[in-house]
Design a protein around this ligand. Structure first.
Ligand SMILES: N[C@@H](CCC(=O)N[C@@H](CS)C(=O)NCC(=O)O)C(=O)O
Length: 373
């Protein structure tokens, strides 16, 4: 970045004062650590974990008081931080509802002054693309709504249209994470309560999530998609090579829809746990077929990606609404859920907060049954 400043005409962006020069070098060196710290925090507690990094910037801005910029006057040091701080400000404010300038008056003044600089203002168009790459870093970016612009469709980017609340979409998200495809497949969350019209018109006429935009086509149906992503993308295979396991896998996947229907039907009966008991026992037995691992086929596979979002919701519903423990007397199911919760690819996709799902469930139940809860 120092090259254009040294070799072209126009005002110099590097100070001649040796003290400022030294500080500029330090700042430019720190920018990588700074961005790594902030990106790394997205998987933990961003506000607490980035406090030191943003405070470093705040202190640095206080070093020279002959102007609002790092070295007083506008310099290369500012240019190296602008693109990151600008994006972080958007993400912290939109996703974490936190103002990075809170308690940091110098940072606030720096951003305000930058916004008045024409050279900088011209570079501002980011937003959506930036937010998508935040999703790859593990941040839950806000879903697109009826007022959002579509992404640049059919530009060669592979996109998974999803929703944080959909168990069907979650299946594909798990597979994508497990195979380490976060940088290969862009996650595009959609707000199902306020869907953008372009989704049905231009992306997926079925108007449901998930759908996958890949190689100029859009494919749907979660159970097809998990197989498709597994077969057509790099990363560890989620289908075992052993024929007996494959066969059980196929069987379990073809049974999941009828099983879920049974579970959902049980909620409309007087004693849901008793009604659903046989289906839970079926899962318990299936989990006992291969004992070289806690998952349905021993190791984590497509079957787990298909079942996990539903097991997760069943556990929440039975526990929160009916005060039943679905794992009582089912040790394999208990271990299954425990081990599932150790799989990062799954953990990142869980419904958050579970209470929100409980509310959705209660509304669903009211609409589908005469029972009150
Ligand atoms: N069979 C489909 C079901 C997908 C589905 O029902 N998705 C729901 C969200 S959980 C949806 O997009 N609903 C939007 C709507 O119906 O308007 C699959 O497995 O992908």
């Amino acid at each position: 970045m120092k090259q254009p400043d040294a070799n072209f005409e126009g005002p110099s962006l590097f100070p001649s004062d040796p003290i400022k020069k030294e500080f500029a070098e330090e700042l430019i060196k720190y920018v990588d650590t700074f961005t790594k710290d902030v990106f790394g925090s997205f998987k933990g507690d961003p506000i607490t974990q980035t406090r030191a990094s943003f405070d470093y910037v705040e202190n640095a801005l206080g070093k020279f008081d002959d102007g609002p910029f790092f070295l007083g006057e506008f310099s290369l040091a500012d240019i190296s931080y602008i693109p990151f701080i600008e994006r972080f400000q958007i993400v912290f404010s939109e996703v974490f509802k936190y103002d990075i300038t809170f308690g940091r008056p110098k940072l606030a003044a720096w951003i305000e002054n930058l916004n008045n600089k024409d050279a900088y203002k011209q570079t501002v168009p980011i937003k959506d693309e930036e937010l998508y790459s935040m999703a790859a870093a593990g941040v839950r970016i806000p879903p697109l709504t009826s007022t959002s612009e579509p992404p640049p469709l059919f530009d060669g980017t592979t996109r998974l249209y999803t929703s944080y609340t959909s168990p069907y979409a979650q299946r594909v998200w798990i597979v994508m994470n497990y195979k380490g495809l976060q940088d290969h497949i862009e996650l595009v969350p959609i707000d199902l309560r306020d869907m953008p019209a372009w989704y049905k018109e231009k992306v997926y006429p079925g108007n449901k999530v998930p759908s996958l935009e890949h190689n100029g086509k859009v494919l749907g149906e979660s159970l097809d998609l998990i197989k498709y992503v597994d077969a057509n993308f790099e990363g560890p295979s989620l289908v075992p090579s052993d024929p007996a396991r494959r066969e059980l896998g196929e069987q379990l996947i073809s049974l999941i829809d009828p099983l879920m229907k049974d579970f959902y039907a049980s909620f409309k009966r007087e004693d849901p746990m008793q009604q659903a008991g046989a289906s839970f026992d079926y899962l318990e037995n299936a989990l006992g077929k291969f004992d070289d691992g806690p998952f349905f086929l021993g190791q984590f596979s497509l079957v787990d990606a298909a079942y996990a979002p539903f097991v997760e919701r069943l556990q929440i519903t039975f526990s929160e609404v009916y005060k039943n423990d679905i794992t009582a007397g089912r040790p394999k199911l208990a271990t299954y859920i425990e081990e599932l919760n150790k799989v990062d690819a799954y953990k990142q996709t869980k419904v958050e907060p579970p209470q929100e799902f409980v509310e959705v469930f209660k509304k669903w139940l009211l609409a589908h049954s005469s029972k009150s809860i």
